[in-house]
Design a protein around this ligand. Structure first.
Ligand SMILES: [Cu+2]
Length: 527
């Protein structure tokens, strides 16, 4: 049974990951930071949690990935867990609860690991966290999203509500004008400013633009790229961009605008979500005067093809041929017997068991008894490329996130103008689609969009032993089953290549003692 979070006390402690003496460097080089120990501590008497570090690869540290039911048991009230890992990337990431939907109630935050950038800048403005926000508890809203007979959009089972607001670093004015404050960032005229954009939403995808200015993009998620200038940027859920803003306009205040696609990847009841970028010297009491022009509809997709990573990786696309075991078919279904909406993958909605994390099966050599509902896929090879083709048999686009890796985005079908008017998937067709694939240094990131009624082809190298969640980052959808677990390099994982498997049990005893008497019972994917 779901319970609202209202009135409960949270204490989430996370030591800063910023490395304040690692400034810019003239060229890209890896930096390694040791002894980073984020310490989320839950003090609460009614609910568990599990903290995931979105975008951090957890190289050889799968046991620290923070996914309840996969890499650990949930952290019950009164218990604690210290996550320990080597931060071997730099850039912009975020942490969030992987307990179902919980991050939609605010259990999230940005992570910045400072390092070099692929273009020069003067000032690091830090993160700008963009989040949809709902006045009710998302646990309560979930009842209606899951109920096929009472959807938020009539006759569309599973349709979610529009967000009540959009927050910028946790703040905004109330859309009805009754209170709140705009988030402001300060620009210095003549200077270049690095800004770290993060979409931490439960459901909303955003297009962002800054009136009178452009964005020089230098990183996609945690992958530095050759600098490329954009007038506006689309951010699916979980995605980040590091951008440089050149303050070359007259001293004034400027709107930083969020706009939405007309397609089904997010709407808000705030018609004009915005923050304010003020040149130093401009009146901090006044609002910007130029409202700006809305960018073209994103169609829920980023034009990612031109993003060229600085560190090149390539995949052989000519020899790619779809296989049943590496094709993931995504559907929207209604189970009338349960009166529930599901998002199954290959006809199976994912459901983990909090009491039986998948890594326990690895440790105990009992993988043959893993139930079908865990959607566990063991992939072959060691340090070889693995390919996955995703096919979306629905009109809803999905932000697809892989834990433990950046994926090469080899290709995807073009976004449709009006997917709700369509009824047929365009499956990947080698005869016509192979020539559109990009294998030579393709865009690379940890989250990318699966188009409505279309396909997405990604690849990664099996160089990180672990059980990695591969899922849609719409909170509703993963809770309704849209995900699989990928088991990579089992032998190395058994030998401690993902960290000591003994740590998997750390909170399981406490959790098993608490859960039977709690009023909170798993009734979804558990993620
Ligand atoms: Cu989805």
């Amino acid at each position: 049974m779901f319970k609202p979070l209202g009135g409960l006390l949270w204490s989430l402690l996370l030591s800063s990951l910023a490395h304040d003496n690692a400034g810019r460097a003239p060229s890209i080089s890896p930096r390694t930071m040791k002894h980073m120990c984020p310490r989320p501590v839950l003090r609460d008497n009614a609910i568990s949690t599990s903290i995931h570090y979105h975008g951090l690869r957890m190289l050889n540290a799968n046991t620290q990935d923070g996914v309840n039911g996969v890499t650990e048991c949930p952290i019950p009230p009164g218990s604690r867990k210290t996550y320990t890992f080597l931060a071997n990337q730099y850039g912009t990431a975020w942490y969030h609860s992987h307990f179902p939907l919980q991050y939609g109630n605010g259990v999230l935050g940005p992570i910045v690991i400072k390092g070099p950038a692929s273009a020069d800048y003067d000032t690091d403005l830090g993160p700008l966290v963009l989040s949809d926000w709902y006045y009710g508890s998302v646990f309560e809203i979930a009842h209606r999203v899951n109920n096929p007979s009472n959807p938020f959009i009539p006759n569309f089972p599973g349709s979610p509500p529009a967000s009540d607001n959009v927050l910028f670093n946790g703040r905004n004015i109330n859309p009805d004008g009754s209170g709140g404050t705009y988030t402001r960032k300060t620009l210095t005229k003549g200077k270049k400013h690095l800004l770290r954009l993060i979409n931490t939403s439960l459901q909303n995808a955003f297009t962002v633009s800054l009136v009178g200015h452009t964005f020089q993009v230098v990183a996609t998620d945690m992958v530095p790229i050759k600098p490329i200038t954009r007038n506006h940027l689309f951010l699916g859920i979980g995605q980040r961009y590091d951008v440089i803003i050149n303050a070359n306009q007259p001293t004034a205040n400027y709107w930083f605008n969020v706009t939405f696609s007309a397609l089904p990847c997010g709407q808000s009841d705030n018609p004009y979500p915005a923050a304010i970028f003020s040149y130093s010297g401009a009146s901090s009491a006044s609002l910007p005067t130029q409202r700006g022009v809305a960018p073209p509809d994103s169609r829920c997709a980023a034009p990612e093809r031109d993003y060229s990573p600085i560190v090149s990786r390539s995949a052989d696309v000519n020899s790619f041929a779809p296989t049943t075991s590496h094709t993931l078919n995504v559907d929207l279904t209604v189970d009338n017997s349960q009166a529930r909406v599901f998002w199954p993958v290959n006809n199976s909605p994912l459901r983990v068991n909090w009491q039986e994390p998948t890594l326990r099966y690895v440790a105990n050599n009992t993988l043959s008894s893993v139930p079908r509902s865990r959607n566990l896929i063991q992939i072959p090879g060691s340090n070889t490329l693995t390919y996955f083709l995703l096919q979306n048999n629905s009109p809803i686009p999905h932000p697809i996130h892989l834990h433990g890796h950046d994926v090469m985005i080899l290709g995807s079908s073009p976004p449709l103008a009006d997917p709700l008017a369509e009824t047929q998937i365009r499956e990947y067709n080698p005869n016509t689609d192979k020539s559109t694939l990009k294998g030579n240094n393709p865009p690379r990131r940890d989250t990318t969009m699966l188009p409505a009624w279309g396909w997405l082809l990604v690849a990664w190298r099996t160089n990180n032993p672990g059980v990695w969640l591969f899922h849609c980052h719409v909170g509703w959808h993963v809770s309704q089953g849209l995900g699989v677990q990928v088991l990579e390099r089992l032998d190395a994982l058994r030998d401690g290549g993902g960290g000591s498997l003994g740590t998997v049990e750390q909170n399981c005893g406490n959790w098993a003692g608490w859960y039977p008497g709690s009023t909170w019972k798993q009734d979804d994917a558990g993620l």
